[in-house]
Design a protein around this ligand. Sequence first.
Ligand code: NAD
Ligand code: MG
Length: 424
Amino acid sequence: MRADGNRQPPDAGSRTEPLYRIGGSPREPRLPVRVVILGATGSIGVQAVDLAVQQPDRLQVVGLAAWSRVDELAALVRRLEAAGAASAPAVAFADPRAVSAAARDPLLGRRLLPPGPEGLDAIAALEGADCVVNGIVGAAGLAPTLAAAAAGRRIALANKESLVVGGGLVREAVLRGGAEIVPVDSEHSALAQCLSGRTAEELERLVLTASGGPFRTWKAAAMAAARKDEVLRHPTWNMGPKITVDSATLMNKGLEVIEAHVLFGVAYRDIEVVVHPGSIVHSLAVFRDGAVVAQLGAPDMRVPLLYALAGERHWPLATERLDLARLGELRFEAPDPERFPCLALARRAGEAGGRAPIILNAANETAVAALLDDRLGFADIAAVIAATLDDLPGGPVGSLAEALETDAAARRAAQRLIAVRARR
Ligand code: NAD
Ligand code: MG
């Protein structure tokens, strides 16, 4: 994204058509809800499996997909079947190397789909499914989101990268397929709950809360020297490694600003981020009369996950209940742009639109993978993303192929920048 002077970014002050249907789902889902879980072996995926195991009368798992962990997926199928929450579900592995092992497994071999993108798309559009949980990490989640949208499914979307990388493409596919997106990301689920029964016209502004991550109170110099285990020590949420690193840089919140813009159609300048260390208030909607509606709860991803699976109903769930008197107070503070440059990088890329958010996301995924692989320091993540955005041209994106080309080019550029840093 080369600098283009002082021109006002096209998306900063403009509203767009919301992707999320503001006001809530019109109808009660038919029971049991037949669910496909993408990224089943991950943090979100396993929690979706847990919910089905607890509520087999409401949730039946008809398909599961993962990258490569054959034994873990087989264990999940065994648990689901023992609880009566699945019966010979379809299975897909994105990693072609996993498929021969899966074919030999008596449990997984029964309904194994082809390996790679083809099988992933097929399971995302599986015949007879009502709801697809997308718990894949990264831009790899975009194609299956599009496949589920084209098949007209309700998509319980945890994979925020789908909307960052392909917001426009997802919008088209949802409209064409008659699909529905329900966010699982806790902030966006909170906003969906705040907007239940409302209209887009009543809404003025959104406030996304951020825990602040492990480095909220750290000095910049200490952050620059942070060890990997310190980056991965999230204060309130227990999640997969990539989003945990994103929470330490606040890139997660940056991606969520873009996600909120796509879902709710609110202009970037009307999406605020506030640090709230307790992760109790999950986000807030500000209406045109100044009324603020917030959603609160103990930090537990099963709550937004079940809300999406239930077609935006509050089904019973045994979770920790809030004890406000014991909490005593709720703290809020402004994020520090100096120590957390990723937040502004993401906002600028979102405002520029087109290729910029794709480049931002690809550079971030590449830098985070390098950190997890001990090839990059914490402070270099933002530097690599900023340099990748500077190196590559912006411009509009018309198709999935163009989006994927941009993604690949940005990954190559970020790898080169990381290699140069490693030689220093
Ligand atoms: P994770 O790393 O724990 O799990 C990722 C899953 O995706 C695994 O099942 C893995 O097998 C699968 N996967 C990885 N690469 C794949 C590929 N190329 N093709 C197909 N499958 C692939 O991640 P997570 O923490 O569960 O996060 C998943 C998504 O949900 C992310 O987009 C994240 O931002 C979002 N999210 C997670 C949480 C949380 O609490 N974990 C909260 C909010 C949003
Ligand atoms: Mg979130």
